[in-house]
Design a protein around this ligand. Structure first.
Ligand SMILES: Cc1ncc(COP(=O)(O)O)c(C=O)c1O
Length: 439
């Protein structure tokens, strides 16, 4: 493919991007197929991140493209308030089916951030409709990422994301994060150390009293903060403490949902069932914005008690269950089922993990961690310049035809679930070369 000219860039304020740095040396993507992007300068770039952890079935999948094309021609939009369209109900049924009876309903949103804010609101309202309206506190975790809405930011635990935006929601507290290189460096799978950190919830309960706490929200595997795996027994312990005090447990599965850890959802892989689960990204293979909040049986029913003419939850989005997103979602679930992609990460985890851990000993590498088809390589920082080395590694990988992500000083990789061994070799091989070349 020939080079595509770069457009004038001033009018676009880019999200989570160093705008001036980017615009001085842009990286534009102009096409995508399977495991590869085409860049504007005509190169093939291996997608080591499934887009932003969302293109789980790989790029350019014809059945999804065609389903969306058919849908836009047939029913381009239908209101979701006091109206419906068949595909939304069918998709909800299929999604709930993936949970093997553990979840009862889904509520549709358009993004991970909206899913998180929706789940927090459902948690608060659930206690209220059951007569426990004093439960208003929300507990997040340091280093957690739950999107950019005010709810998600408030329970989130990434300082730079929060600091410009005022006091955020009141009545929020945070568990400590579980990342500790002294104990867990170079762990494969779930690290052995750290289950006791869940007991900090007991301390928070003692401080505020359980009767004031509505919910705890954590990512079963923290992705955007730099890929932090749950210590063995940690999530089980959180579940036990939540049960003991009647606190709802919310898993934010926006990244882990749809096969990333080798099961449809992380809760199935890790053996701990949450009360609410937020998803987005892989639900439509990244093609049309969509999210879904899953509710454990009993939650929806708790709202179905007033007069039948009353709207039970005053919440929703113009595009909740949008026909194009539903069409994309149904076609995506078909591909996941036909190609057994939701469990494929389990088969490849060994090869992927061993490949990644072969980078141990490369310059500046202080940790490598992996689970399912997610991995991270953490680097030491240059003096006084945190994140600069990882940025250079990201840039050089891109120059050499491989897209990785960087966050802080961590390189994160999460390839589409259609990845083959040769792609893993290219990904890890290039990353190794780059680590040796970047000072
Ligand atoms: C765990 C988690 N929650 C929420 C979000 C926010 O999703 P979105 O960017 O679709 O709003 C993300 C995005 O990466 C995420 O990783």
């Amino acid at each position: 493919m020939t080079a595509v000219p770069t457009p004038d860039m001033n009018a676009l304020w880019m999200p989570f991007t160093a705008n001036r740095q980017f615009k001085a040396d842009p990286r534009l993507l102009v096409a995508a197929e399977g495991m590869y992007y085409t860049s504007h300068d005509g190169r093939q770039v291996l997608d080591g991140c499934a887009g932003l952890w969302c293109v789980n079935a790989g790029h350019g999948r014809r059945p999804i493209v065609e389903a969306v094309q058919r849908q836009v021609a047939e029913l381009d939009y239908a209101p979701g308030f006091q109206m419906g369209h068949p595909a939304a109900f069918t998709l909800a049924e299929r999604l709930v089916g993936l949970t093997e009876g553990k979840m009862g309903q889904v509520f549709f949103t358009n993004s991970g951030s909206e899913s998180v804010d929706t789940a927090l609101k459902i948690a608060l309202a659930y206690h209220r409709v059951r007569g426990e309206g004093s439960r208003t506190r929300l507990i997040g975790r340091e280093r957690g990422y739950h999107g950019v809405g005010f709810g998600g930011l408030s329970v989130g635990g990434i300082g730079p994301n929060r600091k410009l935006f005022g006091p955020l929601l009141p009545g929020v507290d945070h568990l400590p994060h579980t990342h500790n290189l002294e104990h867990n460096a170079f762990s494969k799978g779930q690290p052995a150390w750290g289950a006791h950190l869940a007991d900090e919830l007991e301390r928070i309960v003692a401080l505020h009293d359980a009767s004031t706490i509505a919910a705890v929200i954590v990512e079963p595997m923290a992705g955007s903060t730099g890929v932090l795996m749950p210590p063995q027994g940690y999530l089980q312990r959180l579940r036990e403490i939540c049960d003991k005090y009647g606190i709802l447990l919310i898993f934010d599965e926006v990244i882990t949902g749809f096969g990333r850890l080798g099961a449809p959802f992380a809760f199935q892989r890790l053996g701990v069932v949450p009360d609410l689960m937020t998803t987005a990204k892989g639900i439509t293979n990244g093609t049309v914005p969509m999210g879904a909040v899953f509710c454990r049986p009993g939650i929806y029913e708790a709202f179905m008690s007033g007069p039948e003419s009353a709207i039970e939850l005053m919440h929703g989005y113009t595009y909740s269950g949008h026909p194009l997103a539903c069409a994309a979602g149904l076609a995506t679930l078909d591909i996941y089922a036909e190609e057994k992609l939701l469990t494929r990460a389990l088969e490849l985890e060994g090869y992927f993990g061993e490949s990644l851990h072969s980078l141990r000993g490369q310059p500046n590498v202080i940790d490598i961690r992996n689970l399912g088809l997610v991995g991270a390589v953490e680097l030491s920082s240059r003096d006084g310049k945190p994140g600069a080395r990882a940025y250079d590694v990201f840039l050089e990988c891109y120059r050499r035809g491989v897209m990785v992500r960087y966050t802080g000083e961590t390189i994160a990789v999460s390839p589409p679930l259609i990845v083959e061994r040769q792609h893993i070799d290219q990904l890890v091989g290039t990353l190794g070369e780059v680590l040796r070349s970047v000072a």
